[in-house]
Design a protein. Structure first.
Length: 120
Protein backbone atom coordinates (compact mmCIF):
# COMPACT_ATOMS: atom_id res chain seq x y z
CA UNK A 1 0.00 0.00 0.00
CA UNK A 2 1.19 3.51 -0.86
CA UNK A 3 2.05 5.73 2.11
CA UNK A 4 1.94 9.55 1.96
CA UNK A 5 3.29 11.99 4.56
CA UNK A 6 1.82 15.48 4.68
CA UNK A 7 3.86 18.11 6.55
CA UNK A 8 1.52 21.03 7.19
CA UNK A 9 1.08 23.23 10.28
CA UNK A 10 -2.60 24.06 9.67
CA UNK A 11 -4.90 21.30 10.92
CA UNK A 12 -7.57 22.61 8.53
CA UNK A 13 -5.23 22.25 5.54
CA UNK A 14 -4.02 18.82 6.71
CA UNK A 15 -7.58 17.53 6.95
CA UNK A 16 -8.47 19.01 3.55
CA UNK A 17 -5.42 17.39 1.93
CA UNK A 18 -6.14 14.07 3.64
CA UNK A 19 -9.72 14.20 2.41
CA UNK A 20 -8.59 14.81 -1.18
CA UNK A 21 -6.05 12.00 -1.00
CA UNK A 22 -8.62 9.56 0.37
CA UNK A 23 -11.01 10.61 -2.38
CA UNK A 24 -8.24 9.71 -4.83
CA UNK A 25 -7.87 6.26 -3.26
CA UNK A 26 -4.84 6.98 -1.05
CA UNK A 27 -5.80 5.69 2.39
CA UNK A 28 -2.46 5.51 4.22
CA UNK A 29 -1.75 9.16 5.05
CA UNK A 30 0.54 10.28 7.88
CA UNK A 31 0.46 13.80 9.33
CA UNK A 32 3.13 16.08 10.76
CA UNK A 33 2.55 19.63 11.95
CA UNK A 34 6.11 20.94 11.68
CA UNK A 35 9.42 20.21 9.98
CA UNK A 36 11.09 18.36 12.86
CA UNK A 37 8.11 16.06 13.32
CA UNK A 38 7.94 15.55 9.56
CA UNK A 39 11.59 14.50 9.37
CA UNK A 40 11.16 12.06 12.28
CA UNK A 41 8.01 10.55 10.76
CA UNK A 42 9.79 10.25 7.41
CA UNK A 43 12.59 8.26 9.06
CA UNK A 44 10.14 5.99 10.91
CA UNK A 45 7.43 5.50 8.30
CA UNK A 46 9.42 5.68 5.03
CA UNK A 47 6.54 7.12 2.99
CA UNK A 48 6.39 6.88 -0.80
CA UNK A 49 5.56 10.59 -1.16
CA UNK A 50 5.84 13.76 0.93
CA UNK A 51 3.54 16.77 0.61
CA UNK A 52 5.41 19.72 2.12
CA UNK A 53 4.21 23.17 3.11
CA UNK A 54 6.92 25.83 2.91
CA UNK A 55 5.62 27.96 5.77
CA UNK A 56 6.16 25.87 8.88
CA UNK A 57 6.73 26.97 12.48
CA UNK A 58 10.14 26.48 14.07
CA UNK A 59 13.22 24.95 12.52
CA UNK A 60 13.73 23.47 10.06
CA UNK A 61 11.09 25.02 7.85
CA UNK A 62 10.23 24.97 4.17
CA UNK A 63 12.89 23.85 1.78
CA UNK A 64 15.29 23.10 4.64
CA UNK A 65 12.97 20.21 5.51
CA UNK A 66 13.24 18.98 1.92
CA UNK A 67 17.04 19.23 2.06
CA UNK A 68 17.06 17.11 5.23
CA UNK A 69 14.77 14.53 3.61
CA UNK A 70 17.16 14.34 0.64
CA UNK A 71 20.03 13.59 3.03
CA UNK A 72 18.00 10.62 4.33
CA UNK A 73 16.90 9.48 0.86
CA UNK A 74 18.32 11.07 -2.29
CA UNK A 75 15.33 9.88 -4.31
CA UNK A 76 12.65 11.27 -1.98
CA UNK A 77 9.46 12.16 -3.88
CA UNK A 78 8.12 15.51 -2.74
CA UNK A 79 5.35 17.88 -3.80
CA UNK A 80 5.41 21.36 -2.31
CA UNK A 81 1.95 22.57 -1.31
CA UNK A 82 2.17 26.26 -0.45
CA UNK A 83 0.40 29.59 -0.44
CA UNK A 84 3.59 31.18 -1.81
CA UNK A 85 3.00 32.06 -5.45
CA UNK A 86 6.22 33.93 -6.22
CA UNK A 87 8.12 32.67 -9.24
CA UNK A 88 11.37 32.76 -7.27
CA UNK A 89 10.00 30.42 -4.57
CA UNK A 90 8.58 28.03 -7.17
CA UNK A 91 11.81 28.06 -9.20
CA UNK A 92 13.96 27.47 -6.11
CA UNK A 93 11.86 24.48 -5.05
CA UNK A 94 11.88 22.93 -8.52
CA UNK A 95 15.62 23.60 -8.93
CA UNK A 96 16.27 21.73 -5.66
CA UNK A 97 14.44 18.73 -7.06
CA UNK A 98 10.88 18.76 -5.78
CA UNK A 99 8.64 16.95 -8.24
CA UNK A 100 5.83 19.53 -8.33
CA UNK A 101 4.60 22.76 -6.78
CA UNK A 102 0.89 23.09 -5.96
CA UNK A 103 -0.42 26.51 -4.95
CA UNK A 104 -3.07 26.69 -2.21
CA UNK A 105 -5.98 26.49 -1.98
CA UNK A 106 -5.51 22.81 -2.74
CA UNK A 107 -8.12 21.27 -4.99
CA UNK A 108 -8.64 17.77 -6.31
CA UNK A 109 -7.83 19.01 -9.83
CA UNK A 110 -4.51 20.51 -8.75
CA UNK A 111 -3.27 17.84 -6.34
CA UNK A 112 -4.40 14.41 -7.48
CA UNK A 113 -2.90 14.49 -11.00
CA UNK A 114 0.50 15.38 -9.51
CA UNK A 115 0.21 12.60 -6.91
CA UNK A 116 -0.85 10.06 -9.56
CA UNK A 117 2.02 11.13 -11.81
CA UNK A 118 4.52 10.31 -9.04
CA UNK A 119 2.90 7.21 -7.61
CA UNK A 120 1.32 5.69 -10.69
Amino acid sequence: MVKILTIEDSIFERKAIMGLLKKGGYEDVIEAENGSEGIEKYKLEKPDLVLLDLRLPGEPAGLDVYKELKKINMSVKCIVVSILRKEAAIKEALDLGVAAYVVKPVTEEKLLPEVKKLLG
